[in-house]
Design a protein around this ligand. Structure first.
Ligand SMILES: Cc1ncc(COP(=O)(O)O)c(C=O)c1O
Length: 450
């Protein structure tokens, strides 16, 4: 059985290859740790989403959730693929605008957007703000009034539908006990609708939910659509408002290990569309436009991280530690979510996995373990380890813990690898450090002389 994902190959040298690029060559050229993203796969995922969703439902839009991985090149790629963009902070919005992404195709999310961020979004002309609470309605009303423009800002209202999908508790977001959105149960959501409808500067176009991430069982989407349809009917009866947009968020899972069972993207998107259609078909309600905003399932399986193996420590009868030149700072998901990854030794990709080892990162944390008990070909110092499915929530969550520079990101397609994010330098790491004069070694001496 192949121990590598379907879109990777093993070349004649026995090296792992992605979109025509030898990963060992990439490691040599760009150094390690290195995030490698397969452009072909990302584009395919985008196209499968757009086509699949349209097969399931008549009026659709797919937006890429930038929090999974964002840089200017990715914004350009998403624009080329015709996707909208979901941003969640001033920094993400700035990145998108710098890349020339059309502001009207941007949805701005966030459970605690600052006044500055909201001002920035309004001035930039973002297509839609996703309001997360009554505090924001008030902030926005004040800001839009202050700009004095006649134009109403289009908004969606984020709802907490009370759905708990089967995923890690930290990645569930649609349950009632959540910091996100206004709860449908108990009337907060309805109060939110009335507040927005009463604001002369806001134009409510519909509703948003995001129930969680790494969801493998699609039934939760159908349940959510049912709850929303009932809420829509209630809102119309109470206020006369008819929703034009229903944004079901992202959340579709990807295959991290062979145990993860899931539908291909096109089928999954089609199934979600179909479930929403089935919910609305019997209702006397105009079908809203259906928006999905996937992140992980667009870039996740397109990514592979390359590390160089250094120290190898065997504790007889207990465990063999294989240590790599990165770890928790470039991939905090293991520590955060107990995420499980698969990997191969890229320069021995064709060889059988002979022994179970534990892959440890290089930071001063015992918890900095990337993969536990994974069977690998016999590892040696200098080998390149390739960890699969690292395209989402790795670079975007990376830190400089231990003052490790963040790795570079390379986009590969048809045998060509291009840097899309340069490796951070030590100079950049100290660039924001400031030293008050009283801490400089010379000063006390000078003072003493004086
Ligand atoms: C509002 C919203 N939309 C979309 C996403 C993307 O989710 P995923 O990457 O699981 O598809 C998230 C992730 O947290 C989110 O919070």
């Amino acid at each position: 059985m192949r121990n590598i994902p379907e879109h990777f190959q093993i070349n004649s040298q026995g090296h792992l290859e992605v979109s025509g690029c030898d990963t060992i060559e990439l490691a040599r050229k760009f150094g390690t740790p290195l995030y490698v993203l397969d452009e072909t796969r990302i584009r395919q995922n985008c196209r499968d989403y757009v086509a699949g969703l349209a097969e399931g439902y008549p009026d659709t839009q797919v937006c890429y959730a930038g929090k999974a991985f964002l840089c200017r090149a990715i914004c350009c790629l998403m624009q080329q693929e015709g996707l909208g963009l979901d941003v969640v902070s001033g920094g993400e919005l700035f990145t998108a605008l710098k890349a020339g992404f059309p502001p009207e195709d941007i949805y701005f999310h966030g459970n605690n957007k600052s006044r500055q961020e909201l001002e920035f979004a309004l001035q930039s002309g973002v297509g839609c703000l996703v309001i997360d609470g009554l505090h924001e309605v008030e902030l926005l009303a004040g800001l839009t009034r202050a700009t004095g423009t006649e134009k109403r800002q289009r908004v969606l209202l984020r709802l907490a539908p009370g759905v708990e999908p089967h995923t890690h508790v930290y990645t569930q977001t649609g349950q009632e006990d959540s910091k996100f959105g206004l709860a449908i149960n108990g009337g907060q959501a309805l109060a939110g609708v009335k507040a927005v409808l009463n604001s002369p500067h806001l134009e409510l176009t519909g509703f948003h939910v995001h129930i969680g991430s790494q969801i493998l069982d699609l039934a939760s989407y159908g349940v959510t659509a049912g709850i929303l349809a009932r809420f829509l009917a209630e809102v119309r009866a109470e206020t006369g408002f008819t929703a034009k947009v229903l944004n079901l968020g992202g959340g579709l899972g990807i295959r991290y290990t062979r145990d993860d069972k899931l539908l291909p993207v096109r089928e999954a998107a089609g199934r979600i569309g179909q479930m929403v259609r089935e919910v609305f078909s019997p209702l006397d309600y105009p079908w809203p436009k259906l928006v999905l905003e996937p992140g992980r399932s667009i870039v996740g399986d397109a990514g592979v991280t390359l590390y160089t193996i250094g120290n190898i420590k065997t504790i007889p009868g207990i465990r063999k530690y294989v240590m790599v030149d990165g770890g928790m700072p470039d991939n905090p998901r293991v520590a955060l979510y107990q995420a499980v990854y698969e990997a191969v030794i890229a320069n021995k990709a064709g060889r059988p996995a002979k022994e179970a080892v534990t892959v440890a990162g290089k930071t001063c944390e015992s918890g900095d373990i990337l993969i536990r008990d994974i069977p690998l070909a016999v590892p040696e110092s200098g080998d390149i380890l390739a960890v699969f499915s690292t395209g989402a929530y790795t670079y975007s969550m990376a830190s400089n813990y231990n003052r490790l520079p963040r790795p570079a990101v390379v986009l590969v397609a048809n045998g060509q690898g291009d840097l899309i994010v340069a490796r951070e330098t030590y100079e950049q790491i100290v660039a924001n450090d400031l030293v008050p004069p009283r801490l400089c070694a010379e000063e006390p001496r000078e003072a003493a002389e004086g």
